[in-house]
Write a protein that binds this ligand. Sequence first.
Ligand code: X2X
Length: 336
Amino acid sequence: MTLTRHMTHATMGLAGAVLLTLAASAQARELSVSTVLSDAFPWGQAAEKWAELVEERSEGELTLRVYPNSQLVSGDQTREFSAMRSGLIDAAVGSTINWSPQVPALNLFSLPFFIPDEAAVDAITGGEAGEMVFEAIESRGVVPLAWGENGFRQVSNSRGPITEPDDLDGLKIRVVGSPLFQDTFNALGADPTQMSWTDAQPALTTGAVDGQENPLSVFDVARIDQVGQAHLTLWNYMNDPLIFAVNQQVWQTLSEEQQTLLRETALEAGEWETAMTREQESERLAAIQERGVTVTELTDAQYQAFVDATQSVYEKWAPRIGEPLVDAAQKAIDAR
Ligand code: X2X
């Protein structure tokens, strides 16, 4: 008798559990998250961290599934923003460079030699200028949630050390993003050529291009030196922040609780990844040097020659970015 009652309860318990699980999975929601780089890089780790935090705190109600290597846009990273806007992709941790063809304001971060250091990055992203950038994204059908960091971009090439604009003369440099990059490298006398990250690595290997520019973390993890890039110049010519974002229609279908969860976890993952990227810079540089890469640091005068050579880029691009945004960013930098 006791045993039977026990069994009945146990059976009911089991059935109840199954029903609950079914109900939960009917409500469970999976969102796709696009990234360009995999979790071998801080960028991909930022997205994985976001997914982990959401998984933990939503108790399985909400899942972020990360699709690295620009696979949701067939390797064409400059289509990521459009794909997210149209709902082909639910969410992304994306680079300001890759989204700049659709969001002109994002070219702010690519203005050559505009953002001198990490404090300047933080002053921009954490203040009024950052809000203006987020508004520009929001007005295009995407909800921005938080900032991360791909990092300051350094230039490398296979030919020789770059210490002055003349050293770039005629060098074929792989770039990505908006036409601003063409303008910058043209102003420096180089021969820029636009291609995705997927195409860049074979192009470097075959020598179809002489050089490229990327943060130290990308150079290090992707072993860019092993495809002939023996010379690296630290010129911090621009910083590439990452942005965590969600398609607006998807956002509107989420409960307020889910929205808060997504925003808070994105902020946490972004802060975590930014700090990690910055902390790792010096060890990455050491590792790159140990592998035999010639690393060039610029004197103040050498740096100034690059600044002077690229002035025309400001004049052309500040109006496209929006003068009020450029002014707000300049004020943030000055007051940092
Ligand atoms: O393609 C690049 O250079 C990369 C990986 O840094 C970006 O997606 C901007």
